[in-house]
Design a protein around this ligand. Structure first.
Ligand SMILES: *Cc1c(COP(=O)(O)O)cnc(C)c1O
Length: 380
């Protein structure tokens, strides 16, 4: 296999349809049949033919095919692309149809989907501590690591073992640390999902998601289902994601390096800001040996800090010059979010920080200024 940076740029060369070096934006929803080669649907063995001759964009279109070529290569499995991260998770639930889902701290939208399944189909929900007690064959253990919003890691190997002992499958949401940071397959997991809206997209301007499975037959089934769920990635978004992927590795490494520097600065200056900064959470501050093993390529660019009170949480974001106060993460611009704004389940004084591609020293200076101001205010 080519290295990541090469694969990002060349895995879809085989999908070229025209002589353009930059792949065209395709806006069409429908494609003319080849009147010299008319094969009825019932005579098709599978849908692979659409990689060469698309029919209708809800089924597949040239840039969704390109994306699947690249993701299958860089995520080392059979990748199926979706219109969002949540569409990818929902597709997994529809396909595997578990009777029980074991789920802990994780993205609030994923939990909300689990709640819909419980409401409509009586799917049982359990915590991650209950795998041993309740899991049965065909159940799903859903693990997010590093976990939103803390940026801390959970032990993949340990959960894979617990799930497999019971015949359950381990689905890992690796959105917070895509390769080259974390290679989830090294830890015996079964299914991987990413919100491509975050680091793969990287510019806060598109929605997409991807599922990666080990078996080609499962990927085909997922693509068949996707036709009728109506959740293929959109035409324009797929072009933008394709463009983003070309520079993905550089962005990812820079964001990871920046975040690690910034967390280290905050951690070593805790005393200085002791009237503002209550706690910091990030994988780089965890001592367990599995963390470094999982994040071989670097730590994720998201971490959280807790401030002393809600008043400080309201004041802190507007004081920053280089951080937008907004939800989401993964983009080239740094963000902070008073997490209580969007997450109904989270502690009220948590600020999530998503580090972008700016200069790390500028970001440190910015955070330090705001913390110092709040520290002085609280000392009066
Ligand atoms: C954003 C996010 C999702 C949902 O992805 P969308 O593309 O917004 O649907 C799922 N999991 C994690 C960890 C996320 O950060």
């Amino acid at each position: 296999m080519a290295h990541l940076s090469t694969a990002l740029i060349h895995s879809d060369d085989k999908d070229n349809r025209v002589s353009d070096v930059a792949p065209p934006i395709n806006v069409t929803t429908t494609f003319r049949y080849d009147n010299d080669d008319l094969v009825p649907w019932t005579e098709r063995e599978n849908l692979d033919f659409m990689e060469k001759t698309p029919i209708y964009s809800r089924l597949a279109h040239p840039n969704s095919t390109r994306l699947e070529s690249i993701f299958s290569e860089i995520l080392d499995g059979h990748a199926v692309i979706y219109s969002s991260g949540l569409a990818a998770f929902f597709a997994a639930m529809i396909h595997y149809n578990p009777k029980r889902i074991f789920i802990g701290q994780s993205y609030h939208g994923v939990r909300a989907i689990a709640n819909i399944l419980t409401r409509n189909f009586q799917t049982k929900q359990h915590t991650l501590d209950e795998i041993e007690q309740f899991a049965q064959p065909g159940d799903i253990v859903h693990l997010e690591t590093p976990v939103n919003p803390f940026g801390t890691s959970l032990d993949l190997e340990d959960f894979a073992k617990k799930a497999h002992e019971k015949g359950a499958l381990l689905l890992v949401d690796s959105t917070f640390a895509p390769p080259p940071l974390q290679n989830v397959w090294d830890f015996n997991v079964d299914i991987i999902m990413h919100s491509a809206t975050k680091y793969f997209g990287g510019h806060s301007d598109l929605l997409s998601g991807v599922l990666v499975v080990k078996e080609e037959a499962v990927a085909r089934q997922l693509r068949d289902d996707r036709i009728y769920l109506g959740t293929n990635v959109a035409n324009l978004e797929s072009f933008m994601l394709l463009r983003s992927l070309r520079t993905f590795e550089m962005r990812m490494l820079k964001q990871s390096e920046n975040a690690t520097k910034i967390v280290s600065f905050l951690d070593s200056n805790r005393d200085k800001y002791d009237k503002v900064l209550k706690s910091i959470t990030h994988s780089s501050l965890q001592k367990e040996s599995f963390v470094k093993k999982q994040l071989k390529g670097g730590y994720g660019p998201v971490f959280s800090i807790s401030l002393m009170n809600k008043e400080q949480c309201k004041k802190f974001p507007p004081m920053l010059k280089y951080f937008h106060h907004a939800t989401s993460l993964g983009g080239i611009e740094s963000l902070v979010e008073w997490r209580a704004m969007t997450d109904p389940y989270i502690e009220q004084t948590l600020i999530r920080v998503s580090i972008g591609c700016e200069n790390a020293d500028d970001l440190i200076q910015d955070l330090a200024n705001a913390l110092e101001t709040l520290q002085k205010e609280s000392s009066n």
